[in-house]
Design a protein around this ligand. Structure first.
Ligand code: G16
Length: 557
């Protein structure tokens, strides 16, 4: 068997050889990404990593998603989903890197054997492993799915299961549910979000004479998989009149001048939307539907938008959840009443300064992590309820198992003695929220339904939501440099430590602007350095970003 195993690994590696002189793969912020046609070796080897991870975890399901998310359609990539439904354990990233860059089949074999020995993984086919695979709608998806399957099958005893074309969060959800012995099909996913959304709406307090808020919602599907999935279920979603644009049915090109990344970064109307939409609130997904932002067209004569980004989605969720906890615990007992709750909010350096001030003024402690869901998610797991969002719309609300079981006991206790009480209803709302919002990863579809449920609950218009606080003007730029990894950051990416002298130049620029804030960091998904600047006016934010971008260009070439 051992011989057979070695032969299988060598064979898979020789099917997808690295192209000589090709760029080095790096696991990055969210897996490997590059031009789709060049991704065969990295994806095949990621399949092998996933199968070994499953072996290591006693055969628990592990996932592989073929997607490059917000990147252009010619790109593709691979994200590995760990057995808990989150991102691959960071401890395994160096192994994934080494494998993706092994120059020959023989060197790949040696890396696997050495790693398996260190991790005490038996490679004699006597143990089983399973990997669930999915892809988005990119043209190179089928080819890369095949590469991933071959990589999984190179581990004897591993079974590759093709789950079809899915959003990234759907696959994360399936892996998590499967390993918890819960229903885990796509139909189960849809039933869970549809039913829990209806449940929260049924718990919206009835206000005599109040009109239902405008129930039309227009969704930009980024010409990707999220739009297609929403089209499939929109008729079953209660009390919302959902219209999908850029639905992925051939209207346009994936992520091109549309989608959450475009809307959030460019702050202009995406393709497919026009003046007639200015009366309605709009939501935008990214290409694999793990990011969500909202917007409204500023006026019928304009391409500008009023943006509601991840920070404001986070703030809305914080208010809703705090309100439910206050109802349960009594206002005087926040955090220590019937349901003691450690409540955490997590942001990154991209969070608009006004949002952080808003959250701090609510008395909340805000934790910061580097960019990347893998960091925010990990931090959020430290709390009973951990809410994280990146400004780009990637985020979710995590409920600890312990907290959910306390909530379940409380609701059943209250249903026997205080059914229908405000306390009972608040506990039910929180339970339904924990069912609705994806517990594995940020999910545009379920996040959008939670936004809609909370707006209905609060009886809020889009304008009420916008008015929570006023964003400080900000600007993001990308700078192409020779080697972006020459930038090393610290303090949750808010300061540069290398190359030396760069931080001093940034500080010097910031000092010229009122409310100025600026940082630079190498992207983990694109070959660029990102520059973020914030200041009291748009012109000032633009100019600060430009000045700092010039320093980066000059120093890094
Ligand atoms: C991925 C990560 C996000 C991150 C984004 C941009 O998103 O999951 O956490 O914010 O990349 O990262 P960077 O600035 O390093 O390029 P997605 O939606 O592209 O998978």
């Amino acid at each position: 068997q051992k011989k057979q195993q070695r032969a299988a690994l060598l064979e898979a590696a020789s099917l997808f050889p690295l192209s000589p002189g090709g760029a080095r793969f790096s696991y990055g912020t969210a897996g490997f990404r590059a031009e789709g046609a060049t991704m065969g070796p990295a994806v095949c080897r990621a399949g092998t990593v996933a199968a070994l991870r499953s072996l290591k975890l006693g055969g628990a399901a592990v996932g592989v998603v073929i997607t490059a998310s917000h990147n252009p359609v010619r790109d593709n990539g691979v994200k590995i989903v760990d057995a808990d439904g989150g991102m691959l354990s960071q401890v395994w990233e160096p192994f994934a890197d080494a494998l993706a860059n092994a120059p020959t089949p023989d060197s790949l074999l040696q890396i696997v054997l050495k790693f398996a020995k260190e991790e005490e993984i038996t490679l004699d086919g006597s143990h089983s492993a399973q990997v669930l695979l999915a892809r988005d709608t990119r043209p190179t998806g089928e080819y890369l799915l095949d590469a991933a399957m071959k990589g999984v099958n190179a581990v004897i005893g591993a079974v590759a299961v093709d789950m079809g074309i899915l959003t990234t969060p759907q696959l994360h959800w399936m892996v998590r549910c499967k390993n918890r012995g819960l229903k885990s099909s796509e139909a189960d996913y849809f039933s869970q979000v549809i039913d829990s959304f209806r449940c929260i709406l049924d718990l919206v307090p009835k206000v005599e004479g109040a009109d239902f808020m405008n129930n039309r919602l227009i969704v930009d599907g980024a010409n990707g998989i999220g739009g297609l999935k929403l089209e499939e279920i929109k008729q079953k979603i209660s009390r919302l009149d959902i219209h999908v644009r850029n639905s992925g049915r051939g209207e346009g090109i994936l992520n091109e001048k549309c989608g959450a990344d475009f809307v959030q970064k460019e702050k202009v109307v995406p393709l497919g939307f026009g003046p007639a939409d200015s009366a309605f609130r709009c939501a935008s997904f990214d290409g694999d539907a793990d990011r969500l932002v909202y917007f409204r067209i500023a006026s019928s004569s304009d391409t500008r938008i009023d943006l509601v980004d991840g920070d404001k989605i986070l703030s809305l969720f914080v208010l809703f959840i705090r309100e439910q906890l206050d109802i349960i615990n009594g206002k005087d007992n926040p955090g220590n009443g019937v349901l003691p709750t450690r409540f955490g909010v997590i942001q990154t350096a991209y969070a608009n300064g006004a949002s952080t001030d808003f959250l701090k003024n609510l008395g909340l402690e805000v934790a910061f992590t580097p960019t990347g869901v893998k960091y925010l998610h990990k931090k959020a797991l430290e709390y009973d309820i951990g809410i994280y969002f990146e400004a780009n719309g990637h985020g979710t609300v995590l409920f600890s198992d312990h907290f959910v079981s306390q909530l379940e006991s409380l609701t059943s206790e209250l249903s026997s003695k205080a059914v229908g009480s405000s306390q009972h209803q608040a506990a039910m709302r929180l339970l339904a929220t924990s069912q609705l919002i994806n517990q594995a990863i940020g999910d545009a579809l379920s996040g959008m339904l939670l936004v809609e449920a909370v707006l209905q609950y609060k009886g809020w218009s889009f304008q009420n939501w916008c008015d929570l606080y006023t964003d400080l003007p900000s600007r993001q730029l990308k700078v192409k440099v020779q080697d972006r990894t020459a930038i090393i950051t610290t303090d949750a990416e808010r300061r540069v430590c290398e190359p030396s002298g760069l931080q001093e130049l940034i500080d010097g620029e910031i000092a010229n602007y009122s409310h100025g804030r600026c940082f630079v960091r190498p992207s983990g998904t694109e070959d660029v350095v990102r520059v973020y600047a914030e200041a009291s006016t748009e012109e000032a934010a633009d100019s600060l970003a430009k000045q700092v971008a010039q320093h980066v260009e000059r120093i890094l070439g």
